[in-house]
Ligand binder design. Sequence first.
Ligand code: AGP
Length: 612
Amino acid sequence: MCGIVGYVGHRPAVEVVIDGLRRLEYRGYDSAGVAVLDGGQLQVERKAGKLANLEKELAARSATGGMPGSLGIGHTRWATHGPPTDGNAHPHVDCDGAFAVVHNGTIENFEELVAGLAERGHARRSDTDTEAVAHLLEERYDGDLAAAVRSVCADLEGSFVLVVAHREQPDLIVAARRNLPLVIGLGEGENFVGSDVTAFIAHTREARAVEQDQVVEVRRSGVIVTDLTGAVVEGASYHVDWDTDAAEKGGYEFFMLKEIDEQPDAVRETLGGRLTPEGLLHLDELDMSDQDIRGIEQVVIIACGSSYHSGLVGKYAIERWCRLPVHVEMASEFRYRDPVVGRSTLVIAISQSGETADTLEALRHAREQKAWVLAVTNTIGSTISRESDAAFYTRGGPEVAVASTKAVIAQLAAMYVVGLYLAQVRGTRDADEVRAHMRDLQEVPDLIATLLERMEPVRELARALKDEPRVLFLGRHVGYPMALEGALKLKELAYVSAEGFPAGEIKHGPIALIEKGTPVVVLAPRHALQAKLINNVQEVRARGARTIVVATDGDESVTPYADHIIWIPDTKSLLTPLLTIVPMQVLSAEMARARGLDVDQPRNLAKSVTVE
Ligand code: AGP
């Protein structure tokens, strides 16, 4: 999500920065910009759309001298706060144009910061959270740029990579990071920073990683890294020997594998900035009055594919927390069966791409029936977000692989947030309960990170299963939608015939599919229904199934029924989809790899399905 480049050296900075941004294009973006320092002036150019638009502007400038200078910063923006316009593109500057700032991430307390800045007379020119940083720097700067950045960072909440230039500092850019990646490129008489090594790999292969809450001073002669107190932190550089293609994938063989690993951030970012200082939820995006929320009589969720599975999990959460009936519909069916919706129906249209034709047609129909439509999408400015009454943006970052992973997990996080918010406003969960559930949710990104570190046995298992013609997935309660998701992923990626069932349903027919050795993945994290689930596992084992059980750490009650166990960290049972989904993604991707298939571009599938 977003690409960042910074350069101080002896070459034309605009060329180095644009080249770096082009190499970061794979991350996805919807606007781009650059700032170059020359003769005590920061020149800034920003443009919505693709880099080509920015380059056209830069070419037009060349008639009047272009953008000379050998210090520059650049950015490709993937919109989160405000639409992708020229004015919201980075770099952002302070009131005086003395500082230029590029930023990746989300500053959760920006509303508070912006309110304070307005009181102190700063004029805001964009919708972004980033601009607040430029104005704060203006207030804190006394000639020491790194000290000003450290002071501002200490007041920021959320996640960020910042790169800053000042018009009085011809040999210095300062960068900082929290929760998102930043790498230094070490050259001869020139140095770089970037979102990843791709940004500078054309110029140097010597790199150094920046750690959490560190600030980097980058000069032509070298770099100094400090912590937020200003104490110098020593660190080692490393040599990058990836080819350019691998570098764009961050060293991963496939984008999907990278995107699976980005899931802790996808959830963290989607949950971020949703709480008031009192720990309660605010969801201004829903754009409904409290009175209208209390008047909702039913919720209808429309979506396709994996997004439909996220919707099913949303049903369990909303029904539990809000005591409201929730119907989840495949969007392709909804439109054409004359569904019963009206003014007191909240329709939630879930779509990663925001362009899926089936979902779009379904939401148009719902709006014609006067329902209030909330889009839950990963793509700002997409058709679905524009045509809905309101939009909740997940912040999974751009997804390149056709099979959706981090966008789906971000949708799951979004469904919990929407459910809790409705419960809070309708009074079906009191403030303490909302706070407690949010605390549980906020712990999940770290649990996903822990789980990702344990995936080697799952990959081994996937290689062992690579020639299996059929795999079944079973789950109960919120495990059921995830069983559907596990089966869908395996079909999409490994072209294996896979089906997901509610475990209680298997004896009503699907058990006939079981023969000796049939792999059956059972999602069995600790849950009130676990004893019943174990009965279902015994039923399939008795028919010869080879069971692969996903279980909660330390829960030995399932071990007698498992041929293989995949342990996941403990969390509240309603939240387990955020964890059970991960090993199934890894299993499918590795089975596809082992079968020699293209993990990122499975046959016959498109990332965004714009036909009905
Ligand atoms: C997921 O891996 C699939 N590629 C597919 O099922 C997808 O979820 C579906 O097409 C819906 O897409 P959307 O979220 O962009 O609307």
